[in-house]
Design a protein around this ligand. Sequence first.
Ligand code: PT1
Length: 293
Amino acid sequence: MQKQIFVKAEEIKQVIPLAPGRQLELSRPLVMGILNVTPDSFSDGGRYGSLEKAVERALQMESEGADIIDIGGESSRPGSEPVTLEKELKRVIPVIRALKNYTKIPISVDTYKAEVARQALKAGAEIVNDISALRFDPAMVTLLAEKKVPVILMHMLGTPRDMQEDPTYKDCVAEISEFFTERVLFCAEMGIDKSKIIIDPGIGFGKRLSDNLEILSHLGEFKKLALPVMVGASRKSFIGMLNPESTSPDRRLGGSIAAAVAAVLNGADIIRVHDIAETVEALKVIQAVKDKP
Ligand code: PT1
């Protein structure tokens, strides 16, 4: 019998290149585990204060099936205030340096500050996750062009402090798509290759409930840019709006799993989550349904 040479578009393997000889394969949705190293974090607040506890939590997430660990030292939940460069460095860099001795999976640094990113990459981080999509610190684009590491460009309206004050869109999916198109052109002009870019519509970042739902149900629009798409919906307040009993972020597990599943079914390549074991368990079922001949 003749060998089948045609493959479905979605079966063409995309990869995210890391250091020479290292890469992330996007043949299945990847799970990014959230490691907040802020004393005021929106859901792990204070529980992982010490260096040892932060490393322990990261290794637990790895053992539960996380593909990437995302480390952040400044909260970006609605209403949160920026922290100083010194504070952010003090929180983030020692954890990356320590964790690097124990983990094989790539570490991303959740920062919009170029100096934090620079020191994080030196300490062993391999991906930069910038919620401002390179808009808040003009030095970020030059750093990334020089270091040639993958970057996550996230969409946000306003700043974490004011983003939920009165966000409005005429067509949020179209406007976010236009934003990515502009950002990708900017990156190209500044010497960042398209192969290094991941886009993220920024659930909860200057979005109403209806915008978040519109984004989750129309992720295919972002896929048209032919870049990996990341989604972070875990424990966010829109889940609480749909379930009034889910008042606190740590009571939003069911809703978070549902949002992750919806994102993956609609084309997300990477999902950023707190609850690794439960998410990985759900995604195995989704994958089995998808792979069924
Ligand atoms: C995200 C994300 C992030 N989210 C990327 N990085 C946070 N790339 C931090 C709420 O409404 O989605 N993508 N870094 C966390 N930010 C929020 C925002 C937390 C909104 C909570 C809410 O509750």
